[in-house]
Design a binder for this molecule. Sequence first.
Ligand SMILES: Nc1ncnc2c1ncn2[C@@H]1O[C@H](COP(=O)(O)OP(=O)(O)O)[C@@H](O)[C@H]1O
Ligand SMILES: [Mg+2]
Length: 276
Amino acid sequence: MSAPERIPPRSVTPPPDADELLARGELTVRGRIREASNAALYCTVSHDGRDAACIYKPVAGERPLWDFPDGTLAQREVAAYEVSEATGWGLVPPTVLRDGPYGEGMCQLWVEAAPEAELLALVDGEEPEPGWKAIGFAEVGEGRTALLVHADDERLRRLAVLDAVLNNADRKGGHLLPTGEGRLYGIDHGVTFNVENKLRTLLWGWAGETLTREAVDVLEGLRKDLEEGGVLAARLQPLITGAEIDATRARVGALLASGKHPEPSGEWPAIPWPPV
Ligand SMILES: Nc1ncnc2c1ncn2[C@@H]1O[C@H](COP(=O)(O)OP(=O)(O)O)[C@@H](O)[C@H]1O
Ligand SMILES: [Mg+2]
């Protein structure tokens, strides 16, 4: 989507002190994002002569969910950012918890997505073309089905690993933001870190395949950082419960033990609805 109002600078690679700007800057609401399922406000933040566009989701605007405790989506979004930072992959835009005009909430750097980047497609035939990975068959009306595919892209593959660690229950197409600079960001991480397996994603193209060497190295780093007293465990501690941190450590351990991308278990809808 495009922002309600265009305010420079556009966010591409975040400035190194983006967290500070987001956390300490003066927050001005510019508009409401209408298609959001929770209150999401497009804002600018300015501090020390610098400014940036961001999204602010106040906790007070969160819609209760049956399977997540009330008032925790903002913390989960920040926790997802912390894990992304610990991977070194930088897949989640800088995200902080802060006070704002509607009370405490999450504030995340706005990322301008490049609309021409093609990450998902619906194609004819049973097998994806080279450069694409199959997600599954989708009904496209008049009794016809088409193959839903995603790009065989190393950035998406990293995100698939991150989502498995986060236990992301909502990785849909609209939550993938490729930038004109060639970066890829994932957004909307409110429904993550549940202790039960809830992985729901479009990025099933590598299901059952061996993890890359790079992913294994990153997961080994996460395992260490998630140990009791580890840096990441300490950063997550104020954001999610101890049981949720333990479950995150267990997911990392299970990924390393299998050495493979997870496969759908079939007990829950593995694809988010709507998919885009
Ligand atoms: N950091 C961001 N940068 C750019 N666009 C964003 C960002 N966060 C959210 N959006 C836009 O706002 C919409 C609603 O945000 P989302 O995080 O999906 O909210 P909700 O939790 O209500 O589903 C997204 O679909 C996307 O278009
Ligand atoms: Mg959303």
